[in-house]
Design a protein around this ligand. Sequence first.
Ligand code: FES
Length: 112
Amino acid sequence: MPKVILHVDGTIVEQEVDKNANLVVLAGIKEFPKLKFGCGMGKCTRCTCRVINGAEGLDPPNWKEKNMLGDKLQEGYRLTCQLYIQQDVEISQENIKIKPPKKRKTTIARVN
Ligand code: FES
């Protein structure tokens, strides 16, 4: 089973998880406490983490992560709710201040 090391709120949590586990789902059912998360759907960025080790074992960022994190992906940031753990990984949610991008207003013009 892959091991997850999470740095959060000044503590380090180490826990084995089932292969292909999603940490937000586990946190939601109280099997991965301490993880910060919100919507679970890639919309709020509250679950943002920085990958310290093991990035090579993660799938490439999906479209939700690209939309929400943009250039931050290059710095190792990921949305935890979009990750499915395949191999050992070490992530941090310490000192992360990422807000979701502002929504663009859509105007629909009526053409007569
Ligand atoms: S929990 Fe909202 S973006 Fe991950």
